[in-house]
Write a protein that binds this ligand. Structure first.
Ligand code: ZN
Length: 186
C-alpha cells in the first residue's frame, strides 16, 4: 500500500509541477498531520473550525452530511493554522519591479486566487501579502501549489518572467517574478 501511494504521489507531482522541480519534492505539510491516519469521528480546529474527517481537513460545508453520522472527537489545530502560528510557510512568492499604478490589481489577483484556493481546500491559504513600497512584494502561502497558481496568474496577467526555486530541506517553494516595465493601464 505504502509503495503504491508513494509511486502514485510521485507521478502526480510530476504531472503537476514544472519540470524544474524534481518529483522527489517533499509532500505538502498538510498531509503530514499527526492525525493524518485517524479515521474515527471528527476533530475540529479550534482556530478556524476546519474539520478533520477520514484523514483530511475539510470545510464544515463539505462534510455536512457526514457530521450527523459521526461523533466529535474533540478539538485540535489544523496544519494550516499551526503553520501560521509557528510563522512557517510552504510557498513564498517574491515579485519585483512592481509598478505602483498596478499594485492594487496585483493584490486583487492574489486575493482572488487565495479565496479560490481556500474555498477548494481548507488548508490552502494566503498567509500574508507584504509590500515594501519599493517595487517589491512578498507573498506567503500555507501550500506550495497555491503559490504556484498565484505566480502563474501574476506572470500571465501582468507580464513577468518567473523562476521557481525549491528548497527540499525546508519543503518550501520560492517563486521569483520580475515584472516588465509597463505603462499599460489595467
Ligand atoms: Zn485551522
Amino acid at each position: 500500500m505504502k509503495h503504491n501511494f508513494s509511486t502514485n504521489f510521485k507521478s502526480f507531482m510530476k504531472n503537476l509541477l514544472p519540470k524544474s522541480i524534481p518529483a522527489s519534492f517533499p509532500k505538502s505539510k498538510k498531509e503530514e498531520s499527526e492525525f493524518g491516519k485517524s479515521k474515527k469521528g471528527i476533530i475540529i480546529c479550534k482556530k478556524c473550525n476546519a474539520m478533520l474527517w477520514q484523514g483530511s481537513w475539510h470545510h464544515e460545508s463539505e462534510i455536512k452530511k457526514n457530521i450527523k453520522k459521526n461523533k466529535y472527537n474533540g478539538f485540535s489545530i489544523c496544519p494550516a493554522c499551526k503553520m501560521i502560528e509557528d510563522n512557517m510557510y510552504e510557498g513564498e512568492l517574491i515579485i519585483r519591479n512592481v509598478n505602483p499604478e498596478i499594485k492594487k490589481y496585483i493584490i486583487n489577483a492574489i486575493k482572488n486566487k487565495g479565496k479560490k484556493g481556500f474555498k477548494n481546500d481548507s488548508q490552502d491559504r494566503v498567509i500574508s501579502v507584504n509590500d515594501d513600497h519599493d517595487g517589491k512584494m512578498n507573498i506567503f502561502t500555507t501550500e506550495n501549489q497555491l503559490a504556484l497558481k498565484i505566480a502563474r496568474k501574476i506572470k500571465k496577467s501582468f507580464n513577468g518572467t518567473m523562476k521557481v526555486i525549491y528548497s527540499k530541506k525546508e519543503s518550501v517553494i520560492r517563486i521569483y517574478i520580475v515584472l516588465q516595465d509597463t505603462k499599460t493601464a489595467y
